[in-house]
Design a binder for this molecule. Structure first.
Ligand SMILES: CC(C)(COP(=O)(O)OP(=O)(O)OC[C@H]1O[C@@H](n2cnc3c(N)ncnc32)[C@H](O)[C@@H]1OP(=O)(O)O)[C@@H](O)C(=O)NCCC(=O)NCCS
Length: 181
């Protein structure tokens, strides 16, 4: 595939569920297994109303959904209480449509929406090279950790509001649906 002629980036709406599920099943497939865990995670987060509706973003082209990004509510557990934040996961683009900037467009749309809605912090667990371009930086050096045993550079944080991390130190707590991953 050399390009996408009519790419639409928009908020998820009723009727998108199956298309979103298909994207995650295919994009996270490995060793002959479909990406069932990621697809189920999205369904569980939706059933739990665990994300701001405007932060479930789809990419549509050729009459179908070719990408999806979800950002759910999370918190940083600090010594003085929970600080609200957002957690980005999962992000996926349908195989055959990668490297055409769809992931980048989903990210830019979602980050702008999150900032406009007044959110201050976002965490992500993923490929450092990919997320760095959007401003994410390793979280452990900033005093933010997660409960998964991951390479420190893979857990990242983004200040949607400059200075939002000042004085915030603690462990990121994702929605319990992530426990099943
Ligand atoms: C990661 C993913 C969402 C990227 O989507 P995309 O539409 O291809 O991304 P873009 O076209 O906007 O950006 C592509 C860039 O990301 C980089 N990139 C893509 N996948 C990457 C990966 N797994 N690790 C590091 N960098 C990656 C490429 O180097 C590319 O840069 P280039 O264009 O300068 O060569 C897509 O490949 C995907 O769905 N992968 C499977 C699921 C997954 O791993 N999700 C992310 C979990 S952290």
């Amino acid at each position: 595939m050399t390009g996408i002629s009519h790419l639409l980036i928009r908020t998820e709406r009723t009727g998108d569920e199956a298309g979103i599920r298909a994207v995650h099943l295919a994009a996270f497939a490995h060793d002959g297994q479909q990406g069932t865990a990621e697809a189920n995670l999205v369904d569980a987060l939706r059933a739990a109303a665990a994300f701001p509706p405007e932060l479930s973003v789809v990419a549509e082209a050729d009459g179908r959904i070719i990408g999806h990004l979800l950002i759910s509510h999370a918190s940083i557990e600090t010594a003085s209480g929970a600080v609200p934040c957002l957690a980005l996961a999962p992000l996926a683009v349908l195989p055959g449509y990668e490297h055409l900037h769809t992931g980048t467009k989903l990210m830019r749309h979602a980050l702008a929406r999150a900032a406009r809605s007044g959110h201050r912090l976002m965490v992500v667990l993923g490929h450092p090279k990919y997320y760095r371009r959007f401003g994410f930086r390793p979280a452990p050096p900033r005093g933010i950790t997660c409960r998964w045993p991951v390479p420190p550079e893979a857990f990242m944080v983004l200040e949607l509001v400059p200075g939002a991390l000042d004085g915030v130190r603690g462990i990121a707590r994702y929605h319990t649906a992530f426990d099943d991953l």
